[in-house]
Design a protein around this ligand. Sequence first.
Ligand code: FMN
Ligand code: SF4
Length: 381
Amino acid sequence: MDILFSPLQIRNKTAANRFTAQAMEGNDADSGGIPSDRTIERYKKLAAGGWGIVVVEAISAVETSLARINGLFINRKNIDGFKKLVDAFRKENKEGLLFFQITHSGGQSGKFSDRTSITQGNEGYRFLSSDEIEKIKESFVEACLLANEAGADGVDFKMCHGYLGGEILRPKNTRQDKWGGSFENRVRFLKEGICEIKARLKDKNFILGSRISFYEGIKGGCGTAAADDITEDLTEMLEILRIMDSLDMDYINVSAGIPAITGAVTRPTEPSKELAYHHLRYAKIAKKMIESEGRKLKVIGSAYSSYKDKAPEMMAEMLSKNYTDFCGFGRQTFADPLLPKKLLSGGKINWCILCSGCSKLMARQINDGCIVYNDYYRELN
Ligand SMILES: Cc1cc2nc3c(=O)[nH]c(=O)nc-3n(C[C@H](O)[C@H](O)[C@H](O)COP(=O)(O)O)c2cc1C
Ligand code: SF4
């Protein structure tokens, strides 16, 4: 257990342990995109649970393209709502590192909002012009600076799971302008965004990371070598990590899949739980490259809920072999937000049973959470 609870420095801050509460949308924001009392209660619970890092769920940098009807978005007008969340979290736990995940839902936006496409001819989706992508990048920068102002310890610049950041990165993005085609053009959004944040950020301790789907599982997706190839090739993914490291970013949150298309890859369910081993492999590959090249990027691995009560053992193995720095849990944070604290104190843990109940509520566009251990969500089901 010691290694699970060993502290680790990330930039100039210290995570108290190796448990990461991954971003998990609850679809319960108040109108105006701000955290509601229910949202804040969820993060207070995670604070009380003693997670080393807590990533606040997808927060849109624009209010027009949302995947969830009650999704969070951040802007100058509503920043006080986010300050309230940070204050509530810190009141419970002064040590926990709190990151905001900044996103744009792109083609994953709901029918109720502006569904965009980065390629032409995608019926039902509005093609984004070059200038619009530039403006979205500026919105990401603004949102990350606002996260800093709201008191977060860092941000997750979301490039994963088929949302806009991921759509831009993949080889299938064959746009003819500066945002598509060559690898250099496809990483421009991330590169320029981070450079602009760095240039404007006064707080040099602010942590910058990104979540990336190492392999999306679609033809021409992230983790393939070409627009017409479906097989896994991680060359570009590792190159992105080198770029992140050279931009002085602090962590990579390694994920996989596109929940709306290759959902089992992102969050394996009971019948597909062995798919989680790919997440271990991706983290190990990332960590090996980082170590062998003397880089400093930290690695957060994903999908640890898939191991249920064997998760602590899996964490110990991955950490002791130096295959990852942090272990990320998604659904388990819904099933039992107090996991780290209970592991230390010996309390009874509600292990996630990988039933997909929370994902189904999310797909119905209503508040989502654990239908097995939480009465409120059980009744919604
Ligand atoms: C209901 C639900 C909401 C999620 N919301 C987000 C999100 O906001 N951002 C994100 O990067 N991933 C999100 N995910 C993915 C999780 O963070 C995590 O990667 C996935 O559940 C696999 O990890 P696990 O096996 O520990 O649950 C969500 C997953 C679920 C089931
Ligand atoms: S609803 Fe099912 S999958 Fe979701 S957190 Fe609860 S037990 Fe896990």
